[in-house]
Design a protein around this ligand. Structure first.
Ligand code: OXD
Ligand code: MN
Length: 632
């Protein structure tokens, strides 16, 4: 360790903090903390270990420093991000790329390394002056497991630090046991909320930058607070992990991990699922009666020929809009309890309780929200009426509060064996509610790569535009899309029992323009998939896969929901629409051509062959092929 940093660190740390850091005997780590201690120049640095005291201290500091406030339930807190910092800032989130690697990265939002590095160094110079900051150690995935990626977070936001203690596994002890610090790599995250206004919100949003260096596994995030921008361990680490996985032959996916529980047959079947924002991801992971392992990010590894997955996280940073007693009873119930939750960007009423959009409760007419002091009808500077809460308002909560947690899968160091993968998009007229892929490769190319959704409030920009979202992972894929898609295909090569792949679409609309199934129908599509995995059901062929028989769905609707499911609805929902599908595949081809012109020819060949197959089917059976009419 450089002598310089030792003196500097000692001057900014208590003896206890310095000793915690020194005990790790990790020069690379010391150099990271030392460098930013000098460069960002905080007043003091607190180093956390895995103790309950440190976890509590961080929460307390978030409150003392005004980044969070205690709510009516004293274990719950509220945090507000600035009015202009309510979603991931895609424009200013860039990859720092060495000159020689730039041609490869041209479709991704990249900046040449030296230029970007100089810019971020200039923005971050002295940015923490006068602030007390915190250093934490975490693990992506369970600690001391084949999946573990150790991480260090250095931040001046105690809200960020508090969130991370809820969302990730603290891993100071894991770092203590790392015996070859030069070799045992770890991800590094440096974050500053920058200058704050009287409400504690970032002032210099024009200097908001999130720069990712996948070549050295470090992410710089400056002048932001919204957790999707600020929290290193979440989507920043995900981009680093996707890059690393690509090199090492495993996968990091934007997926939940859950278990479908079949009580009658005494079976628990693990599924992972990718759904673009607002396409039903969390509500699928939380279907009543099933078990959840994780709601957002999964690592997949081939362990002794088995497809194994872990939830990378420990908690959930969930969208709160539309969480209510009817649609999301388990989460809603937990948000109503006096247990540790950070609400962000919701309204806090005069009763000091949180209120949000779609809560199913009449909100007060005034209070405080992401706008500041709020009254019904108040307008922002652009003249837009400010809602009671932001559409992307969130809750941050441990997963193990939930009654439906699958403890076994949540704790498993070797992950769970995955038997089904779900890819759920959002369209009103093309994709049937559930369809099985003939095999893994078809699944990747027809279910995963073709995913599309409508834009939502989780990202900045216009809402309501349908857009391609391969693997629901586009925002985080940190190397060319075609190579990533091939890596997905190859991951299962040689695996004895790769998972079955299914598509979902919960948003099909009938001729009257209304959704055709209730939100609870997700359970039916899931249990059909579960039954298919275990050989319980026959299926009908379509040009892109296999769909259920009416009788099986009717039984499932009866058994699980006590609902009637009409054959007319079945026929409408499961009709294969040839022209719509050809258009969807053409859009996918165009998108891949734009994103990665070097996408391997075999991928385009596959889509072209599928288009030809659909055209032939159209000639034979008509444009709209009813279930059972198609013969391969
Ligand atoms: C998230 C996201 O917050 O994907 O999970 O934006
Ligand atoms: Mn996500």
């Amino acid at each position: 360790m450089s002598k310089n940093y030792e003196q500097l660190l000692k001057s900014k740390m208590s003896e206890a903090s310095f000793n915690k850091l020194a005990a790790l005997s990790n020069p690379k780590l010391m150099a990271f903390v030392g460098f930013f201690a000098e460069h960002c120049d905080p007043k003091s640095i607190y180093v956390c270990d895995d103790s309950a005291e440190d976890t509590r201290y961080v929460r307390d500091q978030a409150i003392v420093k005004g980044e969070e406030a205690v709510l009516a339930h004293p274990e719950q807190t509220i945090h507000w991000d600035g009015y202009g910092d309510q979603a991931r800032d895609k424009e200013n989130t860039k990859f720092l790329v060495y000159k020689e690697n730039l041609p490869n990265m041209k479709a991704l939002n990249s900046i040449e390394y030296e230029q970007g590095h100089a810019e971020i160094m200039s923005i971050s110079k002295g940015i923490m002056r006068g602030k007390d900051v915190v250093v934490q150690f975490f693990s992506e995935g369970p600690t001391e497991s084949p999946f573990t990626i150790p991480c260090i977070q250095f931040t001046d936001s105690w809200y960020v630090a508090h969130s991370e203690f809820i969302l990730y596994r603290s891993a100071y002890n894991h770092f203590l046991k790392m015996n070859d610090p030069e070799k045992d790599h770890f991800f590094r995250f440096i974050h500053s909320a920058g200058e704050l206004d009287e409400r504690g919100c970032t002032v210099n949003l024009d200097k908001r930058r999130i720069y990712m260096d996948t070549q050295n596994n470090i992410v710089y995030s400056m002048n932001d607070q919204y957790a999707g921008n600020s929290i290193g361990l979440k989507k920043h680490a995900m981009r680093l992990a996707i890059n690393q996985a690509g090199k090492e032959g495993w996968l990091c996916e934007h997926m939940f991990v859950m278990a479908a529980v079949n009580k009658k047959k005494n079976r628990k079947t693990y599924f992972c699922g990718a759904y673009p924002s607002a396409c039903g991801k969390t509500s699928t992971a939380m279907i009543p009666g099933e078990k959840i392992v994780g709601d957002d990010i999964a690592y997949f590894r081939n362990l002794d020929g088995e497809f194994r997955a872990v939830n990378v996280e420990f908690g959930m940073f969930g969208i709160i809009k539309d969480v209510n007693a009817k649609d999301d009873p388990v989460i809603f119930e937990n948000l109503m309890k006096n247990q540790e939750v950070i609400f962000s960007n919701v309204l806090v009423g005069p009763d000091n309780k949180p209120y949000w959009l779609g809560m199913g409760v009449t909100p007060p007419d005034e209070g405080k929200n992401h706008f500041g002091a709020w009254k019904k009808g108040v307008k922002d500077v652009k003249g837009n009426e400010v809602d009671i809460a932001h559409g992307n308002a969130r809750y941050t909560m441990r997963l193990d509060y939930l009654d439906n947690i699958d403890k076994e899968g949540f704790e498993a160091k070797d992950g769970v064996m995955v038997e089904g993968i779900l890819y759920g998009g959002r369209d009103s007229d093309t994709t049937v509610p559930v369809e099985e892929s003939p095999d893994w490769k078809d699944g990747v190319l027809l279910k995963a790569a073709t995913l599309e959704s409508e834009t939502t409030s989780a990202t900045l920009g216009a809402e309501g535009v349908r857009k391609p979202s391969p693997m629901a992972n586009l925002d985080f894929v940190s190397y060319p899309l075609g190579t990533y898609t091939m890596n997905n295909i190859r991951f299962c090569e040689g695996m004895k029992n790769p998972p079955k792949v299914f598509s979902n679409n919960y948003f099909m609309k009938g001729p009257d323009g209304k959704f055709m199934t209730s939100k609870l129908a997700k359970k039916i599509w899931l249990h059909w998939a579960e039954g298919r995995i275990h050989g319980d059901y026959e299926a009908l062929d379509t040009p892109t896969g296999k769909i259920p028989l009416y009788a099986d769905l009717n039984d499932l609707f009866k058994n699980y929901l006590d609902e009637d499911f009409s054959e007319a609805d079945y026929t409408y929902l499961f009709t294969f629409r040839c022209t719509k599908w050809i258009e969807k595949l053409e859009r996918t081809k165009a998108f891949y051509t734009k994103m990665d012109p070097d996408t391997p020819k075999e991928i385009f060949d596959y889509w072209n062959e599928t288009i030809e197959k659909i055209k032939t089917a159209r000639e034979q059976f008509g444009d709209e092929i009813k279930p059972g009419d198609f013969k391969a």
